[in-house]
Write a protein that binds this ligand. Structure first.
Ligand code: IPE
Ligand code: IPE
Ligand code: MG
Length: 244
């Protein structure tokens, strides 16, 4: 029998632990704006504002890895004005926040396709990733133009391009080729906005994640909402398929 020491350790420590890797589907910006009679762009603005709070909240609670779903491979199909607004916001937020995050020891990673991003957004992201690469604090994965299926298909293609021999293709080799290559599996997956679906996020990395959904819309989800998610996480019994 093979024992996965990491999984065993997490089962033993299942009570009152801080999840090591938290991933968040930041949903509900549109409804947040609509409920206030505002344009959807205001909702995205409020959503990006909340990012700063949540990164600080999670770093403070000792989370080591945080992955945020900011823009999916399917979100390009939204109205052009909405997409352009999100892209412009993303550029502004990275340009504005990256330095502070760097000072706080945050290591930024981009997860997703780069070929469809504007040169400006790509450069901002690349600069943020490079400047923070040697930081040892919270690792912040920004999933932008991210799709779980695209990630898996891309990994397969890259392995073939690299000429990986067929008998070396296994789960651990696949992991090396995912956007999340040096990140652990997700412990706690949070979705705000009340829906119970994965929407093409981290399909591989959430195989044994605990799932928490909150009715709260993303711009309002911080502080005590995070505490509630962590309390729920601590009530779960993670078995990883074993009889325990
Ligand atoms: C999530 O909020 C943000 C992105 C997908 C970029 P939505 O814009 O999907 O908000 P709702 O679901 O319409 O309320
Ligand atoms: C998921 O939200 C994507 C992000 C939060 C970036 P969506 O609003 O796009 O998901 P669906 O359409 O409700 O499944
Ligand atoms: Mg949505």
């Amino acid at each position: 029998m093979t024992v996965n020491p990491e999984a065993s350790r997490r089962i033993e420590n299942a009570k009152n632990t801080v999840p090591h890797h938290v991933a968040i589907i930041m949903d509900g910006n549109g409804r947040w704006a609509e409920s206030r009679g505002l344009d959807v762009s205001e909702g995205h603005h409020a959503g990006f504002e909340n990012l700063r709070r949540v990164v600080a909240d999670l770093a403070e609670r000792g989370v080591a890895y945080l992955t945020l779903y900011a823009f999916s491979t399917e979100n390009w199909d939204r109205p052009e004005s909405e997409v352009n607004g999100i892209l412009a916001l993303a550029i502004a937020v990275i340009a504005h926040e990256a330095e502070q995050l760097n000072e706080n020891g945050v290591r930024i990673k981009h997860l997703g396709r780069v070929d469809r991003l504007s040169a400006e957004l790509r450069e901002e992201l690349e600069r943020a990733v490079e400047n923070t690469a040697s930081n040892t604090g919270l690792t912040l994965g920004i999933a932008f133009d991210y799709g779980g299926r695209a990630e898996i298909a891309n990994a397969a293609r890259q392995m073939i391009e690299d000429g990986v021999p067929i008998d070396e293709i296994n789960e651990s080799k696949f992991v090396e080729y995912l956007y999340t290559a040096d990140m652990p599996d997700v412990d706690l997956l949070i979705r705000t906005g009340g829906d119970f679906r994965i929407s093409n996020f981290l399909l591989w990395q959430t195989a044994y994640s605990e799932f928490y959904t909150s009715e709260t819309l993303w711009p309002d989800f911080y502080g005590e909402h995070i505490d509630m998610a962590f309390e729920s996480f601590n009530e779960r019994k993670r078995r990883f398929g074993k009889r325990i």
